[in-house]
Design a protein around this ligand. Structure first.
Ligand code: HEC
Ligand code: HEC
Length: 425
């Protein structure tokens, strides 16, 4: 399905036009509708308009149902932000992962993921600790972070539905910079699979395997998005965010109560924004426009530093942080990742794994955009624990132990040069 499709014909998009801030958007929507009437195939101009609408939707604060602006209601009842951009660095919110003196997150850039080793969520709290709620629905509570030897250990604060199930594990997740990440959709499965080396045939200590996700049709797709490559598509990742973070239903996640479990009856019974025909609160048209926006976000340009790049390769960083990947269109995308899962050792491991990804397995984090993370205080690594590139490297173990040892063995000047290179990505 392609971007312009939803603007076609009569299908109304429950969309920005009705909001008070929607003046410009209304014009954009109308313009795009006019444009679409005049020309059947999707054009660059149409895609540009879709991306502009997608950006507005990414930044839009959603409101609870029922509201006078039905087009943007349905938030919650449990949620942990009002917009996509509230969490992601570079968006409206600061996106940092910093903690205050009591260990509370200072911004929305950190979320608390709840999971069991069978992939399920907590029977009472679900898959996410939502930190906000609507009137009439008991809050789930908040969380604090204890730092022990540099590790971040989450603790529930004022849990509203009793203790977690003994089988439930907690893990922090930082909201990544999304610039350029959408381009991973243009990388073929075969390109990613060609980089796998699960048996370490080349003997470099670096294995890596693609995450295979089961599809509803019984097939499998290659995970590309998220710290553990848990989503194959932007639409899947966005739909999960709508469900878990915003409490909004989408065609892929149709339950209107978001992450409320059967144990959370007030939440299940609260009003939602689904219309009479049972359409999800967020239509496919909205999801697709956000996807178009994310696909269009440019990769931050890499620094012009050949010596730094050579050192990066010679130290073995590039074995996982592949500088570029070929795209279907014949070009390349320079994100510094291989999109594969690597076993990174106990220091980085979650308390447990999930089906398809062991506790210590993580997708090679794309390094593109790192300079902004460092400038804005967004911590590095999946839980934001590292404040500098050197600290992040210090946590590299498992398959990355060799690269870390080579980094440690560099002389001081080379180490500085490599850190400066990575810090400027
Ligand atoms: C409450 C904070 C929060 C909100 C709101 C939020 N996200 Fe995220 N987002 C995250 C976190 C945390 C991750 C990493 C998740 C993981 O890997 O487990 C993430 C990951 C992603 C990724 C994958 C990035 C990558 O490197 O693979 C995309 C794409 C994304 N979010 C899009 C969205 C969209 C679209 C919305 C709105 C519908 C949204 N997010 C709302 C916190 C948030
Ligand atoms: C075996 C594969 C592998 C090798 C080799 C490797 N890394 Fe990584 N790197 C990863 C993975 C996986 C992560 C994400 C780990 C996590 O967040 O728990 C990561 C994360 C990072 C991060 C944090 C990025 C962010 O957005 O939070 C930095 C910085 C980094 N690596 C730099 C390096 C450098 C520099 C080298 C070479 C000295 C290197 N890495 C070698 C796999 C590797």
């Amino acid at each position: 399905m392609f971007p312009g499709q939803a603007a076609r014909g009569a299908a109304p998009i429950r969309d920005p036009a009705e909001t008070p801030r929607g003046g410009l958007l209304r014009r954009v929507v109308l313009l795009s509708a006019l444009f679409v009437c005049a020309s059947a195939p999707a054009t660059a101009e149409e895609a540009r308009l879709d991306a502009a609408i997608g950006k507005a939707l990414f930044e839009r604060p959603w409101v609870p149902a029922p509201s006078s602006t039905r087009a943007n209601d349905g938030l919650g009842p449990l949620f942990d932000a009002r917009s996509c951009s509230a969490c992601h660095p570079g968006g409206a919110g600061p996106g940092t992962t910093a903690l205050d003196a009591e260990g509370r997150p200072e911004a929305l850039g950190l979320v608390l993921s709840l999971f069991r080793s069978d992939g399920g969520g907590d029977p009472a709290y679900g898959h996410r600790l939502e930190t906000m709620t609507l009137p009439g629905v008991p809050a789930e509570g908040g969380f604090k972070v204890e730092v022990q030897d540099g590790r971040r250990i989450p603790r529930l604060a004022s849990p509203g539905y009793g203790p977690l199930d003994p089988a439930t594990h907690m893990s922090l997740r930082a909201a990544p910079d999304l610039r350029g990440r959408g381009k991973l959709e243009f990388v073929d499965d075969a390109t990613i699979l060609a980089l796998e080396d699960p048996d370490d045939r080349d003997g470099d200590g670096v294995r890596g395997r693609a995450r295979r996700l089961a599809t509803p049709e019984g097939g499998s797709s290659i995970g590309r998005f998220g710290w553990k490559a848990s989503h194959a598509t932007l639409a899947g990742q966005a739909s999960e965010a709508f469900a878990l973070d915003l409490g909004l239903s989408t065609p892929l996640r149709p339950e209107p109560w978001g992450d409320c479990t059967e144990a959370q009856t007030a939440c299940r019974n609260a009003p939602h924004g689904r219309d009479a025909e049972g359409e999800p609160e967020i239509s496919d048209a909205i999801v697709q426009r956000i996807v178009t926006y994310l696909r269009g976000l440019k990769v931050p340009p890499p620094p012009d530093d050949r010596r730094g790049a050579r050192l990066f390769a010679a130290t073995g960083c590039a074995a996982c942080h592949r500088p570029t990947l070929a795209t279907r269109q014949g070009g390349t995308v320079a994100l510094h990742t291989d999109v594969l899962l690597h076993e990174m050792g106990d220091g980085l491991a979650d308390p447990a794994g999930v089906p398809g990804a062991a506790a210590g397995e993580w997708r090679t984090a794309p390094l593109a955009g790192l300079s902004r993370a460092l400038a804005t205080g967004t911590g590095l690594l999946h839980d934001g624990r590292a404040g500098t590139v050197a600290q992040a490297i210090g946590w590299h173990g498992g398959e990355a132990a060799g690269a870390r040892a080579r980094f440690d063995a560099l002389d001081a000047a080379e180490r500085r040069r490599l850190i400066a290179y990575v810090s400027s990505l």
